[in-house]
Design a protein around this ligand. Structure first.
Ligand code: SF4
Ligand code: SF4
Length: 96
């Protein structure tokens, strides 16, 4: 059988804090993100669906509800669309 040498970069590589930090510094999403989501905790029901749906895996559970890691959030707004309680809103980033 022919060997597959074409796995996407990162597959099978364990996520370490060093790898995450290098990804943050490589991507710097805050320099180009157009939309920034924020959670309205008064409305949030802590169902954690946003955590499951975030394609970047940058929403974490906490006592007060989900918390977005803005160092890696790309502003894709999937969380906004998927929240069944409309508890995630977005702001448009200011441009100079
Ligand atoms: S999906 Fe909406 S209601 Fe559920 S935890 Fe996330 S923000 Fe809260
Ligand atoms: S905007 Fe996209 S990347 Fe950012 S927290 Fe929501 S789903 Fe995740």
């Amino acid at each position: 059988m022919k060997e597959n040498n074409h796995d996407p970069i990162g597959v099978g590589v364990p996520l370490t804090s060093e790898l995450i930090e290098s990804e943050i510094q490589r991507m710097k999403p805050w320099t180009w993100r157009v939309f920034t989501p924020y959670i309205v905790y008064e409305t949030c029901k802590k169902c954690n669906l946003c955590i499951d749906y975030c394609p970047e895996g940058v929403i974490a559970e906490s006592d007060k509800g989900p918390v977005i890691d803005y160092r890696l959030c790309k502003g894709c707004r999937v969380c906004v669309v998927e929240c069944p309680f409309e508890a995630i809103k977005v702001e448009r980033e200011e441009t100079e």
